[in-house]
Design a protein around this ligand. Sequence first.
Ligand code: BES
Ligand code: MN
Ligand code: ZN
Length: 505
Amino acid sequence: MISCTVSDKPLFKQSAKGFVFFVEEGTKFASHVEPLLQDQFPLFEKLVKERNFTGKKGSTFAFPFMHGKAIAYIILSGFGKKQGKHFTLETLREAVSRSIRCAENFKIESLAAHAADPKEFGQSIQYVLQKMSCISMKASYAFDEFITDKDSRTFKVESYTFVVDKKDLKDAQEGVRIGAIVADAINRARHWVDLPANMMTPHSFADNAKKVAKDHALKITVFTEDQIEKMGMGGLKAVGMGSQHDSHLVIVEYKTKKKNAPTLAFVGKGITFDSGGLNIKPTGYMEDMKDDMSGAAAVINAVAALSELKAEVNVIGLAALAENMVSGNANHPGDIITFYNGKTAIVGNTDAEGRLVLADALAYASKHYTPDAMLDVATLTGACVHAVGPFFSGLMTQDENLCSKIEAAAITSGDHVWRLPLTDDYKVMVKGDHTDLCNDGKTKYKAGATNGACFLSNFVGDTPWAHIDIAPSAFNVPDKPYFRTGIATGMGTHLLIDLALQWNK
Ligand code: BES
Ligand code: MN
Ligand code: ZN
């Protein structure tokens, strides 16, 4: 993993192989060139002009130069133009990530750059460094441990040094410390998602959660299938019936030292593989379904980070884990099940399994923790994928206060959300004919993502609650320089962390 550090030594005194400049469109790439490079600078300027690099958003330009007796590179990464007073955090995330991608292409293993100017972002130096280090680590993540020939693995940048003024050194270091904790949580969540279903079963997920809990001083409870059945969690039980692997409910708890702090409950969908069950998915729809535990991975790792960051809220994380498979023991379309809160549902479609496992976990969380707010994060519907595309997750809530807090955390974290409808009008669509509920909804209402949210709304009681459908953005997001094709994004992890950190603000 890339290591990020800060330094107050001049940029060209750094021992890096690549020197990065972030360039606002239409400006010269470095107005303060260190004396060391003054002789070469006119050449650079000419080159940049000739090659038409103007600092456009998304553009990079790299060229070699003599740094003392060694070859080094200048890497220019464009910020584009400011829309309004400040650059957005997304601009910073993309430009920093592009500098890393550029270095990877040239096989440059060490980078140094001036820290971005906090004034340009309307932020503190600490916050800017937090974002720069976090996104550097996020961009560096790859899933290549199963490529046995090490030379064929993704080239990785090993270090990124951010140069700051001496007076800012302490704040900058604190920013990097926080950024690294957040990025560790995100990348761990991604790794859990990237591990395929033969390696990441409900049981091995629980083992991973136990290790994380131990490392982050979290209380952890693991309910096994027998306990799940005894407690009356008919949804979690039913979904796992067709699998060789037992369903689990994992609960991690972080308690702040702060008095009278609010409690947040995060619930994650943890389907370690979604074949669809007897309503089996066709070819083309099943291949990526190891990612169906992305919500659970986000939740557990977010709580871990919040503990390390000593967040001033209590946080409970629940992971509802099961494997949705086909077998003689699998639940059938038409089965009637009873949930933890006593409500009943007909399983109209075994492929709408996410809401069944979440229902029990939500009911359990609202009953036992009476949280001030509850969020679930789930790869719940293909409909949401079609509604918002890969760059957003669907946000559904009837609580305006919670909604604005989540939207604020989405902007700071970069885990973008787009609100979809959830009103009482829609709730009739999940009514069962002979049961309280049906899990596939009445098709005349369309709105498949909202349908899922309506089902879940029956399990939250009076708790302020929001549902985040990360099906669009959890896996294989294209075009963003901090992701790579065919791997997990860790979506939701950073959102939950920022939501909790900013809760009291
Ligand atoms: N895990 C899927 C949803 C999904 C789709 C996640 C694409 C990631 C990418 C979920 O369990 C599912 O199968 N949903 C069904 C619900 C339907 C049967 C009501 C869907 O969206 O088709
Ligand atoms: Mn499904
Ligand atoms: Zn699913």
